[in-house]
Design a protein around this ligand. Sequence first.
Ligand SMILES: Cc1ncc(COP(=O)(O)O)c(C=O)c1O
Length: 388
Amino acid sequence: MTTVLRPATLPVRNAAPVISFDRARELAAEFGTPTLAVSRSKLQSVYREMKSSLPDVDLFYAAKANSDVSILRTLFLEGSFVDVCSYREMQSALLAGFSPEQMIHTHPCKTADNTKSCYQEGLRWFTFDCEAEIDKIRRNAPDTKALLRLRADSQSSLINLSAKFGCAVSEAPALARAAIRRGLDVRALSFHVGSQCTNPEDFRSMLIRTREVWDECVAAGCQLEMLDVGGGFPAPYRTSVLPLGDYCRHLARALDATFGDLDIRIIAEPGRGLCAESVTLVTRVLGKSVRNGLPWYFIDDGVYGSFSGKLFDHADFGIVAEAADMRPRSACVLAGPTCDSHDVVAVDQELPDLEIGELLLVPTMGAYSSASASGFNGLDIARLVEVD
Ligand SMILES: Cc1ncc(COP(=O)(O)O)c(C=O)c1O
């Protein structure tokens, strides 16, 4: 039975901006809006806390969450490794200082070109989860080590990444045998419990199942040397989450109970859990109106920009207005700057009567926000600015 860890009875981790409104005004004056303020010190402290509560796990930052070179560079300097899914992500990681030996490629279904380019650049770990991928890796990335990705069913994750990827646990030993027969050197098992996994018990359930598969794969002839527990570490949005240290220590105990007897390398691929909190959006109110009796505020970033995470990532971003506690607040609609009526970023948050020109802050904007922004309507994407 799954134990539910209830944030209400435990300390929690809440979303908070990395800058004050005074600093936001300085940034807006210098760089304009929308601007994404990146706090290196926040990123460093999150990395250090995750690493110190998972001391035996090598952290491979999932560059897909945010492949901005300054973020990658900060994590590189902290001693992180990196997980890439494409040649372009690999190039950003190289630019930030990572060497190919510090990278794994985690895309289970990639193009031949993607595979070949990363291989030629020196990457040597590739992921597969089905028969078709075996020959692709063999042809385009010979003499490499392979991670076999398993499907994970998680109860508490906001985004189920196993709907699309991962071999069924029951089919994994047969797939491993087929891979070995066809010359693929299967050296690791991996899984992803799903993104924004709020209950670390989901890791424990998956680890128990993975250990069974591990033993079967070893019996089938795989020389397994590495376990990759993927990402899923949550970040606080409008809903708080467990404190990072508590969450990671829970995982560390589960790892110890399930794989503690083996002398293997254990790695994780956190994306959001590392970078989300270190970025705060500074956006400006550019217009206002009343529709059907409800105030509408139009801001200069929206779902085609940094709020793309609202659509693709189901993120529920909290909007922070200055001195909001001292001003009467009411229900309102906050809309983005494009002509699309779909471009609405909040309908259920109470805000003060906002002035045109007023700045708003949006915390937890570091992951899957600028990464999936587009320049629709010819509007600029928010620029990232390091603030400390
Ligand atoms: C293969 C893989 N690894 C790691 C991640 C990062 O996940 P998260 O940001 O939830 O930690 C993802 C997210 O899509 C992924 O697909």
